[in-house]
Design a protein around this ligand. Structure first.
Ligand SMILES: NC(=O)c1ccc[n+]([C@@H]2O[C@H](COP(=O)([O-])OP(=O)(O)OC[C@H]3O[C@@H](n4cnc5c(N)ncnc54)[C@H](O)[C@@H]3O)[C@@H](O)[C@H]2O)c1
Ligand SMILES: [Zn+2]
Length: 372
């Protein structure tokens, strides 16, 4: 078991990482709770897998836990779902001391976090992230959010949990594709500023995904440490520092927009392909050794992430178009005044923010990636 502290003035909290923590949530959170009542929010897939264990763990610690179940999937972050959740929570007559517990992936985490920020003007919340992506990314940093027809995560609040428990064993039931998608975000931390961690990933990534508990704990710990360090320095994304977390995301967003933000291409898969493209672009611009870009592509492909545009969607039938992809990039909420922002690299672990990529170079790169 290991602990990462997220240091924020007055609102610091711990992320505890290790096996079988689900069964210890009552014991580990009891001293943080203001009352003996919690409401657990989870989804239809996670509830039958882990709901009873979380309930029992709270019961053993004399904490009364109610459980509210929402549908699995991104639709639970819509306004209408949020309204249903808030009414379901209010039906259980919470008071200001009742804590919410998010048990699930990033969807449940974002939804429950925003519910906690607004229920009775703010109640405490705990996170038990059950996907790799949620353990290494969405549960760290305090961003909560809902989707609207104008785009994803455009409504939300920065709202920090009191405690995060990342149980490495719950990943055993996660579909392989979801596990891999989360792994892209793990590898991202190495590429951003930690070449040693990237090298660790090359050596150990496959074994950690296969289930090795020590490697899982280490990978999640390193990821949370990396994100926590950046978040502590730049909680509200006011400098370029937090922007580095968007490595691969400008390209990834365009790929997701083109594939409809649906099951054809998961977010983490898009980020994996996007990181490979960001390193290719850096090499093309003469910023980064070609061998580093090749290493990125090689490892992500070796673990099974779809890094070739042709392979995305599985049937080689999609016809990508560079102009359309660039249009999607301009539509990204991270594009400031039409200027495309890229995280580029001078090598593995040496990334920086660039707002001056020439469109012609970008076009050339995408044409080549589409043809490859
Ligand atoms: N707040 C942030 O900083 C932040 C960062 C990144 C992503 N996000 C958000 O996170 C969401 C994506 O999160 P996600 O990838 O975890 O998706 P998700 O929550 O939809 O989970 C993916 C699927 O796995 C299932 N599942 C979860 N845990 C499982 C387990 N242990 N075993 C079996 N099945 C399990 C879920 O029911 C769901 O069907 C997006 O809405 C995204 O916007 C937020
Ligand atoms: Zn991401």
């Amino acid at each position: 078991m290991s602990t990462v502290t997220v240091s924020l003035a007055g609102r610091s909290y711990d992320i505890v990482i290790g096996p079988a923590l689900i069964d210890r949530v009552g014991e580990l959170s009891a001293r943080l709770l203001s009352s003996r009542r919690v409401i657990v929010v989870t989804d239809e897939t996670v509830a039958p897998l882990y709901g009873a264990r979380v309930y029992q763990s709270f019961k053993n610690a004399n904490v009364d836990a109610a459980i509210v179940v929402v549908p699995a999937g991104e639709s639970s972050k819509e306004f209408a779902s949020f309204e249903r959740l808030m009414n379901a929570l209010l039906d259980r007559r919470p008071d200001r001391k009742t804590a919410l517990v998010a048990l699930g992936g990033g969807v449940v985490g974002d939804l429950t976090g925003f519910a906690a920020a607004t229920l009775l003007r703010g109640v405490d919340f705990l996170q038990i992230p059950t996907t790799l992506l949620a353990q290494v990314d969405s549960s760290v940093g305090g961003k909560t959010g809902l989707n609207t027809r104008h785009g994803k995560n455009l409504i939300g609040a920065f709202y920090q949990p009191r405690l995060v428990l990342a149980d490495t064993e719950v990943l055993d039931t996660l579909p392989r594709r979801e596990l891999l998608a989360g792994y892209a975000e793990v590898a991202k931390y190495g590429l951003i500023d930690d070449a040693a961690f990237w090298a660790w990933c090359e050596q150990n990534g496959a074994a950690m995904m296969a289930g090795d508990p020590a490697r899982r704990t280490y990978a999640i710990e390193q990821s949370c440490r990396a994100k926590a360090r950046i978040v502590a320095a730049d909680e509200r994304e006011t400098t370029d520092l937090r922007a580095l977390l968007n490595l691969g995301h400008t390209f990834g967003h365009a790929l997701e927009a083109e594939t409809g933000f649906g099951p054809e291409l998961l977010h983490g898969e898009a980020v994996g392909a996007g990181m490979a493209l960001a390193f290719d672009l850096s090499a093309e611009l003469g910023l980064c050794p070609a061998e580093d870009a090749a290493r990125v592509r090689r490892h992500l492909a070796a673990v099974g992430l779809p890094v070739r545009l042709r392979g995305i969607g599985g049937d080689n039938s999609r016809s990508w178009d560079a102009t359309r992809l660039i249009e999607h990039m301009r539509g990204d909420k991270k594009a400031e005044a039409g200027k495309l922002t890229f995280i580029l690299a001078r090598g593995i672990g040496k990334t920086f923010v660039s707002r001056q990529v020439e469109e012609a170079a970008l076009h050339r790169l995408l044409d080549r990636a589409i043809a490859a």
